[in-house]
Design a protein around this ligand. Sequence first.
Ligand code: GH3
Ligand code: MG
Ligand code: MG
Ligand code: MG
Length: 323
Amino acid sequence: MRASTGRDMGIPDDGSYARALSARSGRVLLVDDNERSAARLLEFLSKGNDAFAERDMHAALTKLTESNFDLLVVSLSLDAADGLRLCSQVRSLERTRHLPIIMLVEPGDEARLLRGLDMGVNDYLMRPIDRHELLARVKTQIKRKRHSDFLRHRLAESVELSVTDSLTGLHNRRYMEGHLRTLVSEAIRTGRSLSMLVADIDHFKDVNDTHGHDAGDAVLKEFSVRLKRNTRGVDLACRLGGEEFVIIMPDTDLDRAYQIGERLRACVAADEFTIDGGQSVRVTASVGIATLESPQDTPESMFKRADNALYKAKRRGRNRVVS
Ligand code: GH3
Ligand code: MG
Ligand code: MG
Ligand code: MG
């Protein structure tokens, strides 16, 4: 595999791809129950790798689940069908699912070779083993693993980024919209209650104007912490943008939602928010509440009612909850 930079795959070339591929020597586990063959292979494999050997499948599985390996080399001449069973176990365990496997096969054992390939073994060598060929195949498999680990990691990261607000770590608007839709249909289907709360920090522009944008960011973070503190595990807390936040609360009626809104409002107003340089600011928030009213209700209409209530709270003088 040529790619030594990530640029040709659309990966920003910050060097992380090259680093991931050239990382430390590979950790290789050899499983072979023939003592002489194992000693010889282990010596080959130790060239450029951290190589370990086990004699049977159970010891090998224990080792594989205790720490991370980059490659498994299995001799198919293990007792009975143990070599294949080990491969199948490795493929089925979460921790080892992506571990590359190379099989070592006796000539004439094509039936098991085919079954191994069928269950996702990555490569094989026929005995007698040529050391150069072994090392070349080992190197290729380790490189491929690092390549796919890197992509899997990046993918997980970007999925996370696409639904998370980077400043506060709360869910973002996109996530909220999708989730609200699901929760509304679920509540309508089951006849259970569903409420939402929209909170907006009062005169937040003044915080920025007086103390600077970083101080504003610090307030937003601390506000998110207090918001979270007032939610249950099943509630969904999001930052919609700016200084506007939402909590969606399943199994919660209007009265209960009002209590939660009031508790949040009080918790914001009670203690000053710490900003940089040991300073602190006093902040209040206004809160609008809405609940799912009928099976004809939609996420949009419910959100609109919460937003209208918030607007009323602002007009009536802020630092209050309106439903
Ligand atoms: P109101 O009580 O009517 O809500 O007044 P307000 O000042 O809070 O509302 P306004 O919408 O006039 O101002 C919101 C301010 O929030 C303006 C904008 O610069 C600031 N803001 C938006 N996003 C961020 C952010 O991520 N960080 C910081 N520090 N400020 C932000
Ligand atoms: Mg505003
Ligand atoms: Mg505001
Ligand atoms: Mg606002």
